[in-house]
Design a protein around this ligand. Structure first.
Ligand code: IDP
Ligand code: MG
Length: 149
């Protein structure tokens, strides 16, 4: 079923994770997925996607006016991504914590970005930042039949 309802409170939640082109290119998808699973998340859906420029521009449209936008689109289309829907209680907030700060230099130890990210741009992972965006981003990549169960 397509996710249309808002996910509220601390109940079971889904969020969208992207293991970005740097992660894929460096063959770190297995290591990062292991970290995600060890942190208690369940994989609901996952696939490999090579984003087109229009896809990346649309996915990151909120950043269209930022100076880093063209470089971000270039980066997100340079190789394949692994996109995944992951589930856990409080998944959105907890996965943001597990990723760590956007800038790996500011990320806490034990976070994915602290361990693997090379720079504020090449920072290995994406995670939805709100219930509204989780729904939008999950539906951006996955159809209803991929989200059953
Ligand atoms: P987030 O991924 O932690 O939510 P956002 O501010 O939403 O961070 O930015 C989206 C993505 O854009 C980042 O993950 C990173 O790849 C890139 N980015 C953000 N800020 C910068 C910057 O100052 N320079 C270069 N790239 C940036
Ligand atoms: Mg963001």
């Amino acid at each position: 079923m397509i996710v249309t309802h808002l996910q509220e409170g601390k109940g079971m939640e889904r969020t969208l994770a992207i293991l970005k082109p740097d992660c894929y290119k460096r063959k770190l998808t297995g290591a990062v997925l292991e970290k995600i699973e060890k942190a208690g998340f369940t994989l609901v859906a996952a696939k490999i996607v090579k984003m087109t420029k229009p896809m990346a521009e649309s996915f990151y449209e909120v950043h269209r006016d930022k100076n880093f936008f063209p470089a971000l689109v270039e980066f997100m289309t340079e190789n394949r991504c692994l996109v995944a829907v992951i589930e856990k209680e409080n998944a959105i907030e907890d996965y943001r914590k597990l990723m760590g700060s956007t800038d790996p230099a500011k990320a806490d130890s034990g976070t994915i970005r602290k361990e693997y990210a090379e720079s504020i741009q090449r920072n290995i992972v994406h995670g939805s930042d709100s219930p509204e965006n989780a729904i939008r981003e999950i539906n951006f990549f996955f159809s209803g039949s991929e989200l059953l169960g």
